[in-house]
Design a binder for this molecule. Structure first.
Ligand code: PAF
Length: 294
């Protein structure tokens, strides 16, 4: 695996690969790689000739009071994992490489329809930061395919919309959330949980599953379910940010046209803020009966 800190150097190498007809899959990350990231790399390997990963802790997507400084940085362990998975190229730029003129006057990519709700409601500018850096990375790598985890459901929806709206010729692929045996979604932030918090953390996924079961059984008072689940999370020791039942495509309230539901939650458990989601495909012909769950 070859590591590049300069985007122009990576671009030159990739141009040669493209000329010889090779397809490129790209996996952008912020490092501190865990099994969830590894599954993204494996998916990338299956789908293209060349796999490019990036590690860049993007300051533009962190708010003033967020964990930019303490975000875990584990480059040598990450490189070892990427090498083991057969990743071909790693882009590891510094902040000046990505934002040479600083971030204040950076042109921003904003996906208005999906960015101000859920995680965006309490993290102003977060998704503009994500969409902007992903666009820059896409411009550098120019991949055929880009792979993202479904744990960050809203992020994936925003990137899919951005790619469509801006006619980017990139196939966006979402990969199922990797979980620990007790259901906790894998995340770089799990490492900040104390032993006691770690034992409480699976309750987030459990509560999402209970909510999904209730809907699958025909319970359609979503507000009541959201309130009940929010209280359940508080009772377990979380500080919920939101617990929300939404249309999986629009991320707006469920309507009679909704074909798939997504239930999303974000909650702080001590310092770390955990997010997770589950989906439920509705079968209109069976009067809102359950068809498939993820
Ligand atoms: O999901 C992440 O790790 C980041 O938001 C991403 C997509 C790499 C952009 O910085």
């Amino acid at each position: 695996m070859k590591t590049f800190s300069k985007s122009s150097h990576l671009r030159n190498v990739l141009a040669k690969n493209k000329l010889s007809g090779k397809t490129i899959a790209f996996v952008p990350t912020m490092g501190n790689l865990h099994e969830g990231h590894i599954q993204l790399m494996r998916q990338a390997k299956k789908m293209a000739d060349i796999v490019v990963a990036s590690i860049f802790v993007n300051p533009l997507q962190f708010g003033a009071n967020e964990d930019l400084e303490s975000y875990p940085r584990t480059l040598s362990a990450d490189k070892e994992k990427l090498f083991t998975e057969g990743v071909d190229y790693l882009l590891f730029p510094d902040v000046e490489e990505i934002y040479p003129e600083g971030m204040d006057k950076q042109t921003l990519i904003v996906v208005p329809a999906l960015s101000d709700t859920l995680c965006g409601a309490n993290r102003p500018g977060h998704f503009a930061g994500v969409a902007t850096v992903v666009t820059k990375l896409f411009q550098i790598v120019q991949p055929d395919i880009a792979i993202f985890g479904k744990k960050d459901y809203q992020q994936l929806a925003i990137i899919e919309k951005m790619v469509k709206d801006l006619c980017m010729p990139i196939n966006i692929v979402g990969v199922e959330t990797a979980r620990d045996v007790d259901g906790l979604a894998l995340s770089s932030r799990n490492g900040f949980l104390t032993e006691e918090q770690r034992s409480i953390a699976p309750a987030l996924h459990q509560t999402l599953l209970e909510c999904r079961d209730a809907i699958a059984c025909g319970f359609d008072s979503y507000q009541a379910l959201e309130d009940y689940c929010t209280e359940a999370l508080k009772h377990a020791g979380f500080e919920p940010d939101y617990f929300s039942v939404r249309d999986a495509e629009t991320l707006q309230a469920v309507t009679c046209d909704t074909e798939e539901i997504v239930i999303l939650a974000a909650a702080k458990l001590g310092k770390p803020r955990l997010i997770d989601n589950v989906t439920l495909t509705l079968n209109p012909s069976q009067d809102w009966g359950m068809l498939a769950v993820h």
